[in-house]
Write a protein that binds this ligand. Structure first.
Ligand code: NAG
Ligand code: NAG
Ligand code: NAG
Ligand code: NAG
Ligand code: NAG
Ligand code: NAG
Ligand code: NAG
Length: 541
C-alpha cells in the first residue's frame, strides 16, 4: 500500500537530488525505508563469505577493527616484508596462493611489479588456463615463494568495503571503490578479466599497472586511508583480505618460511575441495572475533537518493553506481569522510545490528521458505502461521486487533535498540520496513487460513503466493542454502574468480573436482588468448 507512496517520494527526492548541488546530498530515512531489504541484507552479510558472494555488488562501508593478536598471512617471493601497500589474507591457503616466485621476464620498465597479487594457487593441472591472470603470463621463471605470518600488535582500524569488493569484475563489484572512493580513476570497462586486453597479449592500457589496476587501486585507497587515519581496507574475494598500507605499523612478523620448490606437487589447487572447504568455513562469519564491525558507522549508497539501477537489464537485482553522477558520488564520499572522523575514536560498536538481523532471519527464514515451498495443506499452513503469530495476539479478545498485532510483531526485535548515530537511525528504518513486511504478510496469511471460517485451496494458493512475494522482497541468501553435504563435499557458490552460473542459481554440494566446469559466473573464459569471447548473460537468476 505505501510502496507507491514511497516510489513517488523517491522520484521527487531523486529529482531534487540531481538538481541541487552535491553538498546538499544527505542520507534520507525515506531512502532507507525504500531500500530496507538491501540495507538489512548488507548488515546481515557483513564479513560473511556466503551472503557477500551472492549479493556481490557492495554499496556500503563500515569502520572495522582487527583486535590485537590476530594472525594474518602474506605470500610473496622473498623473505622480506613488503615496504609498500600490500595484501594480507585472513586464511592461510589464500596467502599460500601468492607465496611463489615471480613470473615472466625480469622486471623492467613499465612492467607491472605485482605479479603476486592475484592468487595463482596451484598452477598445476588444467585449472591454470581458467585463471585470467595466468593468461597474461609468459613462460615461467619461478623463484622461491615465501609465506609470512603476522600478528597484530594492537587493534587496527580499517575501512571495510562490503560485497565481493576484491573481485575484479565489471559486474559492479568494484563500483564502490572505483567510482565512489577513487572518483574518476576507475579501471573498469576496458580491462575486464574476459576482455581482450587481459585475455590477449595486448598490454593493459591503464597507467599505474598491476593486474586489473590493483596496484594503482591499492595505492589510491591507501592515500585515502592515510587522510582518514586508517590502516587500510578490508575486502573479500574467494576469501577475506586486507590491503595493509604500512606493514611496519601494528604488525609483528612471527614467521616467514620458504615454500617447497615445486608448488605443483604441494598445496591445494584453486577450486580444490580443501580450498572450498576453507572458504565455506567463513560462509557465516570470519570467526573468532577476528574483526569487529562498527555497524553504527555504516555509510551506504542505499541511504542516498541516487540512482542505483543497473543498466544491464539482465541483472536488475545487482545495484550499480554507474548511473550516479560525479557530484553525487563526491557527496557520498564527503559524508563518508565526516562519519569516519566522527566514529574513529568511538567505542568499537554501540549496537550489534548483525545480531538483531540474525535473530530475525533465524526466527523466520526457514519457516517462511518451508511454508512457501513445501506446505501443501491448510492445516499445516495454519499451524505454522499460528506458531509464529500467537505471541503477538491478545487472546483475551474475541476479535483481536490485527493492526496492533502487526505492530507488536514488527517492533519485537527492535524494541531494545536505542539509536545513537545517524547510521543507527537509518538502519532502524530499514529493519522496520523488513519486519513490517514479514509481519503484515503473516497476518494476511492468518486471515486466509485461520481467521477464514471455511478456508479452501484458494486460501492456500493465496498464502503460498504471498509467501513467495515475501521471499522475493527479502532476497535473503539463506534461502539458497544447500541441504547438508557429506564430509567429502562442500556447498559451493561462485566466489571470484571461481564458480559457475549454475552454482549461482542453485548452490550444490561439490567435491571441488569440477570447480571450473560449466560457464564461469564471472565471465572468466578459457580459450585462446584474445578470442574476445564475452560473458554470457544470465537468462534467469
Ligand atoms: C628464464 O631464465 C632463463 C635462464 O636464466 C632464461 O634464459 C630465459 O630467457 C628466462 N625465461 C624468461 C621467459 O624470462
Ligand atoms: C619478486 O617480486 C618482485 C615484484 O613483486 C620483483 O620485483 C622481484 O624481482 C622478484 N624477485 C625475484 C627474486 O624474482
Ligand atoms: C586519481 O589519479 C590522479 C592521477 O593519477 C591522482 O592525482 C588523484 O589523486 C587520483 N584521485 C583519487 C580520488 O584517488
Ligand atoms: C571526473 O571527470 C569529469 C568529466 O571527465 C570531470 O569534470 C571531473 O572534474 C572529474 N573529477 C575528478 C575528481 O577528477
Ligand atoms: C629449489 O630450487 C633451487 C633452484 O632450482 C635450488 O637451488 C634449491 O636447492 C632447491 N631447494 C630444494 C629444497 O630442493
Ligand atoms: C536510472 O538509471 C537507469 C540505468 O542507467 C536509467 O535507465 C534510468 O532512467 C535512471 N533513472 C532515473 C530516474 O534517472
Ligand atoms: C568428485 O565428484 C565427481 C562427480 O561430480 C566424481 O566423478 C569424482 O570422482 C569425485 N572426486 C573425488 C576425489 O571424490
Amino acid at each position: 500500500m505505501y510502496s507507491h507512496f514511497l516510489v513517488g517520494l523517491f522520484a521527487a527526492t531523486f529529482a531534487l537530488g540531481s538538481a541541487r548541488a552535491a553538498e546538499s546530498l544527505a542520507p534520507s530515512e525515506i531512502m532507507a525505508r525504500r531500500r530496507g531489504p538491501e540495507i538489512f541484507n548488507a548488515v546481515t552479510h557483513a564479513m560473511r563469505q556466503w551472503g557477500s558472494s551472492l549479493h556481490h555488488n557492495g554499496m556500503s562501508f563500515f569502520l572495522a577493527t582487527v583486535p590485537e593478536g590476530v594472525l594474518l598471512h602474506h605470500g610473496n617471493n622473498n623473505s622480506e616484508s613488503p615496504t609498500e601497500p600490500d595484501w594480507l589474507a585472513y586464511e592461510i591457503e589464500h596467502a599460500e596462493g601468492f607465496a611463489r616466485g615471480r613470473h615472466g621476464p625480469p622486471p623492467g620498465k613499465g612492467r607491472p611489479k605485482d605479479g603476486q597479487m592475484v592468487p595463482q594457487f596451484n598452477l598445476g593441472g588444467r585449472d591454470t588456463k581458467y585463471h585470467p591472470e595466468y593468461l597474461q603470463e609468459d613462460e615461467d621463471n619461478e623463484t622461491q615463494g615465501y609465506l609470512h605470518v603476522y600478528r597484530t600488535s594492537r587493534p587496527l582500524q580499517f575501512l571495510y568495503i562490503d560485497g565481493m569488493s576484491g573481485g575484479k569484475t565489471a559486474m559492479g563489484t568494484l563500483d564502490s571503490q572505483d567510482y565512489l572512493l577513487r572518483g574518476n580513476n576507475s579501471s573498469l570497462e576496458e580491462e575486464l578479466p574476459w576482455d581482450r586486453s587481459v585475455l590477449g597479449s595486448k598490454p593493459p592500457s591503464r597507467k599505474g599497472g598491476g593486474p586489473m589496476g590493483e596496484r594503482q587501486r591499492a595505492e589510491e585507497l591507501c592515500e585515502l586511508c592515510r587522510e582518514w587515519g586508517l590502516q587500510g581496507v578490508i575486502r573479500m574475494e574467494a576469501g577475506f583480505e586486507i590491503i595493509k598500507c604500512d606493514f611496519s605499523d601494528g604488525l609483528e612478523e612471527i614467521q616467514a618460511l620458504q615454500r617447497p620448490n615445486n608448488t605443483g606437487d604441494h598445496g591445494p589447487g584453486m577450486g580444490s575441495l580443501e580450498v572450498i572447504r576453507g572458504l565455506a568455513e567463513r560462509y557465516q562469519g570470519i570467526g573468532a572475533h577476528r574483526t569487529v564491525v562498527d555497524f553504527s558507522s555504516m555509510v551506504s549508497a542505499f541511504f542516498f537518493p541516487v540512482n542505483l539501477t543497473n543498466s544491464d537489464q539482465q541483472r536488475p537485482d545487482l545495484p550499480r553506481l554507474t548511473s550516479t553522477s560525479q557530484a553525487e558520488l563526491a557527496g557520498i564520499r564527503s559524508y563518508l569522510t565526516s562519519v569516519i572522523h566522527e566514529r574513529l575514536d568511538q567505542p568499537q560498536r554501540s549496537i550489534d545490528w548483525q545480531d538483531v538481523a540474525d535473530m530475525i532471519v533465524g526466527r523466520y527464514a526457514d519457516r517462511i521458505q518451508y511454508m512457501a515451498e513445501e506446505v501443501d495443506s491448510i492445516d499445516t499452513m495454519a499451524r505454522e502461521v499460528n506458531f509464529l503469530l500467537t505471541l503477538f495476539i491478545d487472546h483475551s479478545k474475541k476479535h483481536p486487533d490485527i493492526g496492533v498485532g502487526i505492530d507488536r510483531c514488527s517492533n519485537f526485535y527492535l524494541r531494545s535498540i536505542k539509536p545513537q548515530t545517524e547510521a543507527d537511525r537509518l538502519i532502524l528504518e530499514a529493519f522496520a520496513v523488513v519486519t513490517h513486511h514479514i509481519c503484515a504478510t503473516l497476518f494476511r496469511i492468518r486471515d486466509h487460513v485461520v481467521a477464514d471460517p471455511t478456508p479452501d485451496q484458494l486460501s492456500l494458493a493465496a498464502s503460498t503466493s504471498a509467501l513467495r512475494s515475501l521471499m522475493d522482497f527479502l532476497e535473503w541468501t539463506r534461502f539458497k542454502r544447500c541441504p547438508p553435504c557429506d564430509l567429502g563435499s562442500v556447498c559451493t557458490i561462485p566466489m571470484w574468480p571461481m564458480g559457475t552460473v549454475e552454482q549461482y542459481r542453485t548452490p550444490r554440494c561439490t567435491n571441488g573436482t569440477n570447480a571450473f566446469d560449466g560457464d564461469s559466473y564471472w565471465g572468466i573464459r578459457p580459450g585462446p588468448p584474445g578470442d574476445g569471447r564475452r560473458r554470457q548473460p544470465l537468462e534467469t537468476v
